[in-house]
Design a protein. Structure first.
Length: 105
C-alpha cells in the first residue's frame, strides 16, 4: 500500500468540516463523516490510478473521490510511485478547479 500524507490544507479542512458536522448535526454524524473519510482514503490508496485526472496544476495531476453519504470530495495526487498526498476536501458544488489552484498556490 502507498504511503499516505496529508497536506496542511487537508488537515485544516478535515478539522473544520468535522467540527461543522458536530455543531450542526451532532457527534454521531461527525463520527460517521470521519469514518467515511478514513474508509475512502484507504480505498483510494489501494488503486489511486483508477480515477481519472480531475485537473492539472503546475505539472501535478489531481484526482478526486466523492465521500459516500456526504457532499464532499477528497482531492489527492501521487507524489511518486509509492506516495499518495491528500491535498484537499471540497463541497461538490464549489468551483473546485479555481479554488484548488488558489488554495494550493
Amino acid at each position: 500500500m502507498l504511503r499516505i500524507s496529508r497536506s496542511a490544507l487537508f488537515k485544516r479542512q478535515f478539522l473544520e468540516i468535522t467540527t461543522g458536522y458536530r455543531r450542526r448535526a451532532g457527534s454521531a454524524v461527525a463520527l460517521k463523516f470521519v469514518d467515511q473519510a478514513e474508509m475512502s482514503i484507504r480505498f483510494v490508496a489501494t488503486k489511486p490510478l483508477a480515477w481519472p485526472v480531475y485537473t492539472r496544476l503546475e505539472d501535478r495531476e489531481f484526482r478526486k473521490w466523492g465521500l459516500q453519504d456526504f457532499p464532499v470530495s477528497l482531492f489527492f495526487r501521487l507524489a511518486d510511485s509509492d506516495s499518495l498526498v491528500l491535498e484537499a476536501l471540497y463541497a461538490h458544488r464549489m468551483n473546485i478547479t479555481g479554488r484548488l489552484k488558489k488554495d494550493i498556490d
